[in-house]
Design a protein around this ligand. Sequence first.
Ligand code: PLP
Length: 378
Amino acid sequence: MTLDPETATFLIAGPVRIHPRVLRAMATPSLNHRGDYFHGVVQEIRELLPVAFGTKGHQVVISGSGTAGLEAVYSGLVPKDGRTVVVANGNFGDRTDKIVRRYSSQVTTVRGPWGQGLPVDEVRAELEKGDVRAVCLVHNETSVGLVNDLGALAPAVRRAGALFLVDGISAVCGIPVPIEAWGIDAVVAGSQKGLAAPAGLALVHLSDRAVAALHPGTFYLDLAAHLTSLEKNDTPWTPAVPLFLALCEALRVLRDEGLEHRLERTRRLAEASRAAVGALGLELFPDPRFASDTVTAIRNPEGLGDPQLRKVLEKDYHVLLQGGQGPLVGKIFRVGHMGIADWPDLLVTFAALERILGKHAKLPRPGAALSEIVARMP
Ligand code: PLP
């Protein structure tokens, strides 16, 4: 039987499974995006965005995937004069570097090995050299299943007086992002991750300081234009109307569950996944001290690449997981457990993994991975 997306177990690292309420919201007939009904939708989104970010602030929604949000932030806030420091320890850190370099010629990139924690001392040393106006980095490095401890860096960024610009695409609604405590000036979220809305929207939170520092960057992604429009429950250009409707419903679902509850469920699913990985005799890719709670990255077992593992999961068990990116293609696979992912998803996934490993005589203790999960269920 070919894979049926309506019934498959879907645990890629975003887009994530979408609640039927949210799917139905997208099927609304065409609306006038300058009419009262749609203004009401935008108003409700505006009122609910603090639920997703966990705080109030200047918040906008951009039609475009997470990268559009990053481009809006970097083009509008990376200084034309003065240095910018980019920190990169994964594929999305490298992407940040590429975007930032389009908007500044004074960029210093501090690189760390993929899967290892932030090179905090090196970044501090760069900040101490002076004239750093912005620090740009990824909070949750989806590509390697790693959380960067921004709290360890935040005081140094503050001392330097630099803007703290964060890719929170797979962090927001998945792990705690203490925006105010860490003095983050801009954070970008993607609709398709912890929020469990369809792909195609970027949510941006800005501090007062960031709003004051905005300069014209790209035309379409001008954050000042988005902020001005949103104050009138409007958007500067024609928005992705069905996605806005879905976002509104996804925010309602989140409000009904509560952000704390969603973060706690995500954390417990992550803990269970890590325990199950150990019971399968497999290894996490990242340093376990920094393993992400939204996505678990696992080294492929010796001799089992994507054709023997993920392709079989998909074909025989209708379980979708994600592979590695860049140099990690075929070397790791990733289980996403953010958004509305829940215990049955994990049980099916790890049962299928047990079966596949068992068939290759690579399963140390049959049933052990499932027992680890069951032991952690509520
Ligand atoms: N940054 C991070 C941390 C991500 O996880 C992703 C997508 O997975 C992106 C950036 C790119 O976002 P998008 O593909 O929505 O443009």
